[in-house]
Design a protein around this ligand. Sequence first.
Ligand SMILES: Nc1nc2c(ncn2[C@@H]2O[C@H](COP(=O)(O)OP(=O)(O)OP(=O)(O)O)[C@@H](O)[C@H]2O)c(=O)[nH]1
Ligand SMILES: [Zn+2]
Length: 200
Amino acid sequence: MLSPSRVPALRFIASCKLPTPWGEFTMHGFEEASGQEHVALTLGVVDDGAPVLVRLHSECLTGDALFSLRCDCGFQLEAALDAIAEEGRGALLYLRQEGRGIGLINKIRAYKLQDGGADTVEANEQLGFPADMRDFGIARDMLSELGIHQVRVMTNNPRKLETLNRVGIAVTEHVPLKVGRNSHNDHYLNTKAAKLGHLF
Ligand SMILES: Nc1nc2c(ncn2[C@@H]2O[C@H](COP(=O)(O)OP(=O)(O)OP(=O)(O)O)[C@@H](O)[C@H]2O)c(=O)[nH]1
Ligand SMILES: [Zn+2]
Protein backbone atom coordinates (compact mmCIF):
# COMPACT_ATOMS: atom_id res chain seq x y z
CA MET A 1 0.00 0.00 0.00
CA LEU A 2 1.23 3.50 -0.78
CA SER A 3 1.65 5.77 2.22
CA PRO A 4 -1.36 8.12 2.33
CA SER A 5 0.95 10.96 3.40
CA ARG A 6 2.86 11.16 0.13
CA VAL A 7 1.63 11.78 -3.38
CA PRO A 8 2.74 8.99 -5.75
CA ALA A 9 5.07 10.11 -8.55
CA LEU A 10 3.16 7.99 -11.01
CA ARG A 11 -0.25 6.47 -11.41
CA PHE A 12 -1.27 2.93 -12.35
CA ILE A 13 -3.45 2.90 -15.48
CA ALA A 14 -4.25 -0.66 -16.63
CA SER A 15 -2.96 -4.25 -16.96
CA CYS A 16 -3.19 -6.81 -19.77
CA LYS A 17 -1.74 -10.16 -20.79
CA LEU A 18 1.55 -10.13 -22.71
CA PRO A 19 2.52 -13.48 -24.22
CA THR A 20 6.26 -13.67 -25.06
CA PRO A 21 8.77 -16.38 -26.00
CA TRP A 22 9.59 -16.47 -22.23
CA GLY A 23 5.99 -17.12 -21.15
CA GLU A 24 2.81 -15.20 -20.57
CA PHE A 25 3.55 -12.06 -18.59
CA THR A 26 1.11 -9.50 -17.25
CA MET A 27 1.93 -5.99 -18.46
CA HIS A 28 1.07 -3.07 -16.18
CA GLY A 29 0.97 0.50 -17.51
CA PHE A 30 1.90 3.56 -15.43
CA GLU A 31 1.92 7.28 -16.16
CA GLU A 32 3.85 10.13 -14.54
CA ALA A 33 2.20 13.53 -14.04
CA SER A 34 4.40 14.75 -16.93
CA GLY A 35 2.77 12.20 -19.24
CA GLN A 36 5.87 9.96 -19.35
CA GLU A 37 4.76 6.33 -19.59
CA HIS A 38 6.39 3.24 -18.04
CA VAL A 39 5.53 -0.45 -17.98
CA ALA A 40 6.16 -3.40 -15.70
CA LEU A 41 6.00 -7.05 -16.77
CA THR A 42 5.26 -9.59 -14.07
CA LEU A 43 5.32 -13.37 -14.14
CA GLY A 44 3.73 -15.55 -11.47
CA VAL A 45 2.47 -14.40 -8.08
CA VAL A 46 4.58 -11.44 -6.96
CA ASP A 47 2.47 -9.97 -4.14
CA ASP A 48 2.81 -12.83 -1.64
CA GLY A 49 5.44 -11.05 0.49
CA ALA A 50 8.42 -13.22 -0.51
CA PRO A 51 11.37 -11.35 -2.13
CA VAL A 52 10.86 -10.99 -5.90
CA LEU A 53 13.52 -11.28 -8.61
CA VAL A 54 13.39 -7.83 -10.25
CA ARG A 55 15.10 -6.02 -13.12
CA LEU A 56 14.94 -2.21 -13.36
CA HIS A 57 15.72 -1.73 -17.05
CA SER A 58 16.26 1.73 -18.52
CA GLU A 59 14.96 2.11 -22.07
CA CYS A 60 17.61 1.72 -24.77
CA LEU A 61 15.94 1.63 -28.17
CA THR A 62 19.22 0.91 -29.94
CA GLY A 63 20.21 -1.99 -27.71
CA ASP A 64 16.80 -3.39 -26.75
CA ALA A 65 15.12 -3.26 -30.16
CA LEU A 66 17.75 -2.54 -32.85
CA PHE A 67 20.45 -5.06 -31.85
CA SER A 68 23.16 -2.43 -31.20
CA LEU A 69 26.48 -3.74 -29.93
CA ARG A 70 27.51 -0.31 -28.57
CA CYS A 71 26.10 -1.24 -25.14
CA ASP A 72 25.03 -4.30 -23.14
CA CYS A 73 21.34 -3.41 -22.75
CA GLY A 74 19.75 -5.90 -25.15
CA PHE A 75 21.80 -8.75 -23.69
CA GLN A 76 20.82 -7.73 -20.15
CA LEU A 77 17.14 -7.52 -21.10
CA GLU A 78 17.21 -11.06 -22.50
CA ALA A 79 19.21 -12.42 -19.56
CA ALA A 80 16.75 -10.85 -17.11
CA LEU A 81 13.78 -12.40 -18.90
CA ASP A 82 15.60 -15.76 -18.98
CA ALA A 83 16.17 -15.60 -15.22
CA ILE A 84 12.57 -14.59 -14.44
CA ALA A 85 11.22 -17.34 -16.71
CA GLU A 86 13.49 -19.92 -15.09
CA GLU A 87 12.11 -19.05 -11.63
CA GLY A 88 8.56 -18.76 -13.01
CA ARG A 89 8.23 -15.56 -10.95
CA GLY A 90 9.57 -12.03 -11.14
CA ALA A 91 9.16 -8.52 -12.44
CA LEU A 92 10.77 -6.42 -15.15
CA LEU A 93 10.29 -2.66 -14.79
CA TYR A 94 10.85 -1.11 -18.21
CA LEU A 95 11.65 2.50 -17.35
CA ARG A 96 11.39 5.03 -20.18
CA GLN A 97 14.70 6.67 -19.34
CA GLU A 98 16.26 6.56 -22.80
CA GLY A 99 19.89 7.65 -22.93
CA ARG A 100 20.25 7.74 -19.13
CA GLY A 101 17.45 10.29 -19.19
CA ILE A 102 18.63 12.62 -22.00
CA GLY A 103 16.37 11.08 -24.66
CA LEU A 104 17.00 9.28 -27.94
CA ILE A 105 18.03 12.22 -30.12
CA ASN A 106 20.47 13.50 -27.52
CA LYS A 107 21.84 9.95 -27.20
CA ILE A 108 22.53 10.01 -30.94
CA ARG A 109 24.36 13.32 -30.45
CA ALA A 110 26.31 11.72 -27.59
CA TYR A 111 27.17 8.68 -29.74
CA LYS A 112 28.45 11.03 -32.46
CA LEU A 113 30.76 12.70 -29.93
CA GLN A 114 31.90 9.22 -28.87
CA ASP A 115 32.58 8.38 -32.53
CA GLY A 116 34.96 11.36 -32.36
CA GLY A 117 36.79 10.10 -29.27
CA ALA A 118 34.82 11.28 -26.20
CA ASP A 119 33.85 8.67 -23.63
CA THR A 120 30.19 8.19 -22.59
CA VAL A 121 30.46 10.59 -19.64
CA GLU A 122 32.43 13.28 -21.49
CA ALA A 123 29.91 13.17 -24.33
CA ASN A 124 26.99 13.88 -21.97
CA GLU A 125 28.93 16.71 -20.35
CA GLN A 126 29.88 18.27 -23.71
CA LEU A 127 26.14 18.38 -24.48
CA GLY A 128 25.46 20.17 -21.18
CA PHE A 129 23.95 17.18 -19.34
CA PRO A 130 25.05 15.41 -16.16
CA ALA A 131 26.55 11.95 -16.68
CA ASP A 132 23.32 10.27 -15.57
CA MET A 133 19.94 12.01 -15.21
CA ARG A 134 17.92 9.00 -14.11
CA ASP A 135 15.85 8.91 -10.93
CA PHE A 136 15.25 5.30 -9.95
CA GLY A 137 12.87 6.45 -7.19
CA ILE A 138 9.94 6.07 -9.59
CA ALA A 139 10.35 2.30 -9.18
CA ARG A 140 8.99 2.61 -5.63
CA ASP A 141 5.46 3.45 -6.73
CA MET A 142 5.48 0.77 -9.44
CA LEU A 143 6.68 -1.91 -7.01
CA SER A 144 4.29 -0.79 -4.26
CA GLU A 145 1.36 -0.91 -6.67
CA LEU A 146 2.40 -4.45 -7.64
CA GLY A 147 2.54 -5.48 -3.97
CA ILE A 148 6.33 -5.94 -4.05
CA HIS A 149 8.24 -4.75 -0.97
CA GLN A 150 11.35 -6.97 -0.99
CA VAL A 151 13.49 -7.45 -4.08
CA ARG A 152 16.42 -9.42 -5.45
CA VAL A 153 17.79 -6.99 -8.02
CA MET A 154 19.51 -7.93 -11.28
CA THR A 155 21.96 -5.10 -12.03
CA ASN A 156 25.59 -3.98 -12.03
CA ASN A 157 24.63 -0.45 -10.96
CA PRO A 158 24.98 0.13 -7.20
CA ARG A 159 22.92 3.34 -7.44
CA LYS A 160 19.81 1.27 -8.22
CA LEU A 161 20.34 -0.77 -5.03
CA GLU A 162 20.99 2.32 -2.90
CA THR A 163 17.94 4.15 -4.25
CA LEU A 164 15.56 1.24 -3.67
CA ASN A 165 16.74 0.83 -0.08
CA ARG A 166 16.48 4.58 0.49
CA VAL A 167 12.87 4.76 -0.74
CA GLY A 168 11.76 1.83 1.40
CA ILE A 169 12.00 -1.19 -0.93
CA ALA A 170 14.21 -3.76 0.83
CA VAL A 171 16.97 -5.18 -1.39
CA THR A 172 17.55 -8.70 -0.04
CA GLU A 173 20.01 -9.76 -2.75
CA HIS A 174 22.17 -8.22 -5.47
CA VAL A 175 22.22 -10.43 -8.57
CA PRO A 176 24.99 -9.39 -11.04
CA LEU A 177 24.02 -9.24 -14.73
CA LYS A 178 27.31 -9.46 -16.61
CA VAL A 179 26.47 -10.35 -20.21
CA GLY A 180 27.11 -9.00 -23.67
CA ARG A 181 30.66 -7.62 -23.49
CA ASN A 182 32.09 -7.36 -27.03
CA SER A 183 34.76 -5.42 -28.94
CA HIS A 184 32.31 -2.55 -29.64
CA ASN A 185 31.25 -1.94 -26.03
CA ASP A 186 34.42 -2.90 -24.15
CA HIS A 187 35.59 0.73 -23.74
CA TYR A 188 32.04 1.86 -22.82
CA LEU A 189 31.72 -0.79 -20.09
CA ASN A 190 35.18 0.09 -18.74
CA THR A 191 34.16 3.78 -18.59
CA LYS A 192 30.95 2.87 -16.70
CA ALA A 193 33.02 0.96 -14.14
CA ALA A 194 35.60 3.74 -13.79
CA LYS A 195 33.36 6.81 -13.83
CA LEU A 196 29.81 5.68 -12.98
CA GLY A 197 30.61 3.06 -10.33
CA HIS A 198 29.24 -0.01 -12.12
CA LEU A 199 30.39 -3.32 -10.68
CA PHE A 200 31.96 -5.63 -13.26
N1 LIG B 1 23.63 9.27 -22.68
C1 LIG B 1 23.99 8.03 -22.98
N2 LIG B 1 23.17 7.02 -22.64
C2 LIG B 1 23.57 5.77 -22.94
C3 LIG B 1 24.77 5.49 -23.60
N3 LIG B 1 24.87 4.15 -23.76
C4 LIG B 1 23.74 3.63 -23.19
N4 LIG B 1 22.96 4.60 -22.71
C5 LIG B 1 21.71 4.50 -21.96
O1 LIG B 1 22.04 4.02 -20.69
C6 LIG B 1 20.92 3.34 -20.13
C7 LIG B 1 21.40 1.99 -19.61
O2 LIG B 1 22.32 2.27 -18.64
P1 LIG B 1 23.55 1.35 -18.32
O3 LIG B 1 24.60 2.25 -17.71
O4 LIG B 1 23.92 0.51 -19.50
O5 LIG B 1 23.10 0.36 -17.27
P2 LIG B 1 22.43 0.66 -15.90
O6 LIG B 1 20.96 0.66 -16.19
O7 LIG B 1 23.00 1.87 -15.23
O8 LIG B 1 22.90 -0.55 -15.03
P3 LIG B 1 22.58 -2.08 -15.21
O9 LIG B 1 21.42 -2.35 -14.30
O10 LIG B 1 23.79 -2.80 -14.79
O11 LIG B 1 22.21 -2.32 -16.64
C8 LIG B 1 19.89 3.25 -21.22
O12 LIG B 1 18.92 4.28 -20.99
C9 LIG B 1 20.70 3.56 -22.48
O13 LIG B 1 19.91 4.17 -23.49
C10 LIG B 1 25.62 6.58 -23.95
O14 LIG B 1 26.71 6.42 -24.49
N5 LIG B 1 25.18 7.82 -23.63
ZN1 LIG C 1 21.98 0.37 -24.39
